[in-house]
Design a protein around this ligand. Structure first.
Ligand code: BTN
Length: 254
């Protein structure tokens, strides 16, 4: 942690060789009072958690698995705004550490050349009126050789920075850059709210103005993306002129 140029994030950093899930560890620590900025990093996870109850493959030695405890004084409905922070922080870190151009796919995937390279999972502990804490979970495929995985394990086309860029990424440097970008974005968020980070999210996402297919549990529809609201919902204009506010589901570019 020497020389980490951050104000809040990384106030204490726990590095584990192996754990079930860094999100679970960070969540437990936060319940026991761990301060804002606590970071949990693991070399490998035996039960890495993905969105929608899926598993996040977490082989040792190659990737980044980390979780950050935040305690913002915001209402639970606003907590989804924090997703913008981690998405934009990962995108900036990828740009600073490689020559690659990351794309953002709503709600929280980061793609390179159309393939998923990182995933984010936020978990929250809140009362009706206020957030007690949020755990930002960040997984980035850095130096994973995709040929070492059986593709059947993956739901979507996936990749790593090494596969796309052809160069090893220094794991420590990437982690440091990511935490510094996150710290910067979180500091700005506390002062200015979600406006600036949401604007950067939208500018980076390849989705505005694009035709998409939205698949939800019992519904599927097509439309054109207009933007994203301050709750992180995707605004999709249907051909009959109605504007749908999409809070969950899978979105595919057409
Ligand atoms: C997804 O795209 O489905 C989200 C994946 C989130 C994975 C990260 S890895 C670090 C943290 N700990 C977990 O158990 N999950 C998140």
């Amino acid at each position: 942690t020497a020389g980490l140029a951050t104000k809040r994030i990384g106030s204490s950093i726990l590095c584990l060789k192996e754990t079930d899930s860094t999100n679970s560890v960070a969540f437990k620590m936060a319940e026991e009072g761990a301060p804002e900025g606590t970071v949990v990093i693991a070399d490998t996870q035996s039960a890495g958690k993905g969105r929608l109850g899926r598993v996040w493959l977490s082989p040792p030695g190659v990737n980044l698995y980390c979780s950050v405890v935040l305690r913002p004084a915001i209402a639970p409905v606003a907590a989804c705004q924090l997703t913008f922070l981690s998405v934009v922080a990962v995108a900036r870190a990828v740009e600073r550490c490689t020559r690659l151009k990351p794309q953002i796919k709503w709600p929280n995937d980061i793609l390179i050349n159309g393939k998923k390279v990182a995933g984010l999972l936020n978990e929250m502990n809140a009362e009706t009126e206020k957030v007690n804490f949020v755990v930002l979970g960040i997984g980035v495929n850095l130096n994973l050789r995709m040929s070492t995985l059986s593709q059947g394990l993956l739901r979507h086309p996936a990749t790593s920075l090494l596969e796309e860029g052809g160069e090893e990424v220094d794991r420590i440097r990437f982690t440091r850059v990511l935490l510094e970008e996150l710290d910067q974005l979180y500091g700005d968020f506390l002062v200015e709210g979600d406006g600036p980070v949401r604007a950067e999210w939208l500018a980076r996402s390849a989705i505005k103005g694009r035709s998409v297919k939205v698949s939800q549990q019992n519904r599927e529809f097509r439309g054109v993306v207009q933007g994203v609201d301050s709750f992180g919902a995707l605004l999709v204009l249907l051909s009959d002129g109605t504007l749908e506010t999409v809070l969950s589901g899978d979105v595919a570019l057409l």
